[in-house]
Each structure stands twice: as C-alpha cells, then as structure tokens.
Design a protein around this ligand. Structure first.
Ligand code: ATP
Ligand code: LTN
Length: 343
C-alpha cells in the first residue's frame, strides 16, 4: 500500500491544513494494512513539499526558500517521522517535471478547463499563466510517479485526485498491454478525506474555506500563532446573531465551524460539546476554544523552535528523502518511457 500527499510552500500553514491533511498523515504513518495470505504490512508513506505548485501564482522568491524549509519543519514538528516516511521537496526529483510533460500529451483541455481550483484562482489574478492551468497535470505526475494507492487530502483536492485517476486509466488503456508494455503502467489512486474536518472554513467568512492565500490574516489560525493572536482571532470570528451553540452548518456556519475545530482538537464529539455548552454564551464558548487551541498548538511552537536551531538536520532529511523518492520515481519513468515508445 502506497500513500502520497503534499502541501504547497505558499503562505502560513493553518489549522485547516493540519486537520484536513497533516493530522491524517501522522496517523497513517503507523497504520498497518492487510495483504494477501493473512499477512499485514505497514503502508509506504511519502510526503512531499510541492514547491513547483507554489510558483503557479505570483510569489516572492526569497520567501519561497524560507517557506520550503518551514513546511519541512512543520511536517516534523507535527510528528511525521523521517524514518517511517519519505519526506522530500518536489523540485529535487526532476522526474516530476518529465512525467508532467508526458501526461500533458494525453490530458484533454476540457478536463482542465472544468477544474474548480483553476477557475477560482484564475478569477483572482490579472494575468493567468499556463502553469496554473496545467497544475492538475503536475499533481497527477506527483501521485502516479510513486504508484500511489491512497492520497490523503482535504475536500478541495478530491477533484484533482479524480482527474489523476482518469489520466492513469487513459494512459493504461493507450500504452499498457502492448508489444512495448506487459501490463498496466500506473496504479489507480484514490482520494481519502475525513468525514469531519475535510473542509475547515474561514473564521471571517464561514462560507469560504480557510486558505493560505487568503489576504486577511484574521481568517485563519496558523500553527504558530501566539496565544494573544489566537484569542483575538477566535473572539472576533464571525458568528450569527443567535445565542445557541448548535451544529447547524447551513443556518449557523460560523458556530458550526468553531464546533468542528473544537471537536477535532479536543477529541470530544460535537454532540457532547453541544451538551456541555448548553445555555452558555458564544463568548464563553469562544474563550474555552481559545484555551484548547493555545494548549494543543503549544507543542508545535516548542518543537519548531527546537528544529529552528538545527537547520542542517532538516536539510539532511530532505536530501535523504529526495534520494529515496528518486529511486521509486526512476523505476516508474523507465516503464513510462518504454511504454510510450521513447528511447
Ligand atoms: P492555497 O490557498 O495556497 O491554495 P491551501 O490553504 O488551500 O493553500 P494547500 O497547500 O492547497 O493549502 O493544501 C494542503 C492540504 O490541506 C490539502 O490536502 C488540502 O486539501 C488541505 N486543506 C487546505 N485547506 C483546507 C481546509 N480549509 N480544510 C481542510 N483541509 C484543507
Ligand atoms: N494541489 C494540492 C497540493 C498537491 C498534492 C499533490 C496533494 C500537489 N501535488 C499530490 C496530494 C498529492 C493542494 O493541496 N493544493
């Protein structure tokens, strides 16, 4: 069983990225899957810092270098082990670009035009470059290079993983089982999302997802916000004019989002939280949520401060990860080139 996922080194990693993606990954690194013959195997987990994706919108190059290392430190601070997982930077394994080009040649234009993320991001920009349009093909290359079975992501990425599956299917049909190839070239991947937490909403506009590229810093809580920042952001989070602490995403999107965050950080069910806060004010609920967040995010801040003291150790982990990733990527590329009739 192979698991692959990644985060773009754009903006500050927020609790949506953590709850929707990274928290799942930390659990998956220890998960054992049954295989044939009654034997169980630990999944191979590969977690990437997808820097080539982050440059598909305007960015600052000095910041990018810092962010790449920061995302690596966040993976480690959140509990991903470099021994149990391959952790690496996308641009350090050139096969991602090679496969992306080849997959471009079999991806219908219409499929890319339908992508929601492209439409949303393009609408925000004066100039839209081809890289943003082709972004899902690079993502398909990331996933297919490693013969991935499962892609743990937030809700917003399901459409891209579906497209990846389509591209893999099309490739296998066109180039698998021919005189040049003995069988399927790619495994078909599947997205894995959580039932609760796959879409954490913005604190200021709870009809939109919390997003790194949101210009309003009050909209998200980052993993390294100070206790004061957390208190301020939660106390000014948008709610409704009512006073009941109830999970009703349509009628009460703000409070429902805060309940989801509370539940995921405290491991208490939403039902239990509704009971515990029956008759309490929004203010009391928000104060309690701030306390939980301050307490649960503290270990991240501490671990990150420790890691910041030894940048060489992170560089070594990334260099080692790139070598291990490249071995797998090279084996896939050999099959891809041969099956496509390249030398
Ligand atoms: P950007 O605004 O730069 O696109 P982002 O906040 O959407 O950034 P990504 O790097 O695109 O973050 O996403 C990293 C992972 O976090 C993906 O698996 C994505 O699905 C997940 N994710 C992003 N935002 C949320 C959210 N609000 N709730 C749950 N999961 C999320
Ligand atoms: N598009 C994803 C980031 C990403 C990714 C991947 C996620 C790029 N390549 C491969 C999973 C697998 C996003 O979160 N915006």
């Amino acid at each position: 069983m192979r698991i692959f996922s990644g985060i773009q080194p754009s903006g500050d990693i927020h609790i949506g990225n953590y709850l929707g993606a990274i928290k799942q990954w930390v659990a998956l690194q220890n998960k054992v899957y049954p295989v044939r013959g009654g034997i169980s195997n630990k999944a191979d987990c590969i977690f990437c810092i997808v820097d080539w994706h982050a440059i598909t919108v305007p960015y600052n190059q000095t910041m990018l270098q810092r962010k790449i290392k920061e995302v690596a430190a966040i993976y480690l601070a959140a509990g991903l082990s470099p021994e149990k997982n391959i952790i690496f930077v996308q641009s350090q394994v050139k096969e991602h670009a090679e496969l992306a080009w080849l997959l471009n040649t079999i991806t219908p234009l219409g499929d890319l035009q339908r992508m929601t993320q492209f439409k949303e991001k393009a609408a925000k920009q004066a100039n839209v470059e081809a890289g943003l349009f082709n972004y899902p093909v690079l993502m398909a290359a990331d996933i297919l290079l490693y013969q991935t079975d499962i892609v743990p992501v937030g809700e917003d990425q399901k459409q891209h993983v579906e497209l990846t599956r389509e591209i893999a299917r099309r490739f296998n049909t066109r180039f698998g089982k021919t005189e040049l190839s003995s069988g399927e070239v790619f495994s078909l991947p599947k997205a894995q999302t959580l039932k609760i937490g796959a879409k954490i909403m913005s604190l200021t506009a709870p009809d939109k997802k919390m997003s790194k590229s949101d210009k309003n810093p009050q909209a998200s809580i980052t993993l390294f916000d100070s206790p004061e920042q957390i208190k301020k952001k939660i106390s000014s989070a948008t709610t409704d004019s009512g006073h009941e602490i109830k999970f009703q995403p349509k009628e009460k999107p703000g409070i429902s989002n805060l309940l989801t965050i509370y539940s995921l950080f405290s491991d208490k069910s939403i039902k239990d939280l509704e009971k515990a806060f029956l008759g309490k004010s929004y203010q009391e609920f928000k104060a309690s949520l701030s306390e939980i967040l301050i307490e649960k995010l503290k270990p991240f801040r501490n671990k990150k401060a420790e890691l910041d003291k030894s940048p060489e150790s992170i560089e070594k982990i990334l260099a080692d990860g790139a070598l291990r990733a490249q071995k797998i990527a090279q084996a896939t590329m050999q099959k891809v080139r041969t099956s496509m009739g390249l030398l």
